[in-house]
Design a protein around this ligand. Sequence first.
Ligand code: SAH
Ligand code: SF4
Ligand code: F3S
Length: 434
Amino acid sequence: MADAKKLFIKTYGCQMNVYDSERMAEAMGAEGYVTTDSVEDADMVLLNTCHIREKASEKLYSDLGRLKPLKQGKPDLKIGVAGCVAQAEGAEIQRRMPMVDIVVGPQAYHRLPAMARASGPSVDTDFPAEDKFDHLPQRKANRGPTAFLTVQEGCDKFCAFCVVPYTRGAEVSRTPARLLAEARDLVARGVREITLLGQNVNAWHGEGGWGLGRLIREMVAVPGLDRIRYTTSHPGDMADDLISAHAEVPQLMPYLHLPVQSGSDRILKAMNRKHTADHYLRLIQRIRAARPDILLTSDFIVGFPGETDADFQATLDLVRAVGFGMAYSFKYSARPGTPAAERPPVADDLADARLQELQALITAQQRAAQEAMVGREVSVLYEKAGRLPGQMVGKSQHLMAVHVDDAQGRIGDLVRVRVSASASNSLAAVRIPD
Ligand code: SAH
Ligand code: SF4
Ligand code: F3S
């Protein structure tokens, strides 16, 4: 493989981009490219971008600026921009940065190999009807014990702040036959835990009235698939069958990321979230009745246009009422083309102060959730060796990182451990003999 070309991929944004980057690397593998961790060695650089907040978008242009000298010294270097900024800005990227050879939107990745072969610059931001993954070849190599699997693309919800419906297009579900085949293939390559992905993963549906709960029940019948997760869900799409799967399917991990964004009904309405705080709280009650040990996590936006102190207090109240295991909170970022971007903003220092207050509360809840694990027996799937000799690292069923002293442990082992201590972002544990 001395003359193999080298591909460097940098991935921003959500797990769907992580999955896409992996599939693009596989597709380029069929074109003779191997991946490299060193940008200086690369024959092709692919930036898989995120458009969700202004800061995320700006990273593309600062990265391109840094690549300029490299391209000047190596004119054959191909530079590609994929992902949601590619979709949102298209040819504008090449106008600003003429050194960019390829601009490819998230629904056109099957065309990437041909675009890389072409000599001139190219842009493709179409939304073709076909499943892009059907046309992306796969590399059948062994892989680590955990994998993402995109089951659903796009979003029809149009929250007033969000670019995803524009960058990823309308909701499309991949068929159960394809997904089950892909799951079997992943398991055959060493995977024991699959996380089903979608911007609205719980809106996934198949023929014959299948919902995500049914897909999960079928998927865990794949021998060797020990754990299954899904993300990200919308509160409006938590069907009964999905909730009952949490009670009935042992392989479905007791963990749910269910973004609520705000605890104020007025703000939720302005956000076009289509649910109230009370609807969310009642939903949580039903989910906890099905699976009492479930760990809940969420996303929040503070400083949404029109947010008053009282609205923000309602968010804090909701956080206190639920008790999250972890949550992401963001300061509102006005995104071009979204309805909320037209509205008068909340003062920046006020939004900063609210963000700090919310994050302090969430951090305290996260610590409490981790400390509650101390002394308990949990299961861990080893993903890598730890930094200390004889130490393994993996995730518990609640997706907490766990460091285990286990000189005999190997990547891919699923073991029982007893939690001995809680650090800021992980647990320490001792292996329980089999
Ligand atoms: N489909 C998922 C995730 C969307 S993006 C969902 O519906 O929850 C992930 C998170 O980014 C969102 O949950 C939201 O909290 C945040 N986000 C999206 N747009 C944003 C914006 N314009 N400003 C700040 N945060 C935003
Ligand atoms: Fe964005 Fe809302 Fe769709 Fe999530 S549900 S991707 S926040 S529009
Ligand atoms: Fe970002 Fe696109 Fe994901 S905007 S969060 S990479 S869907």
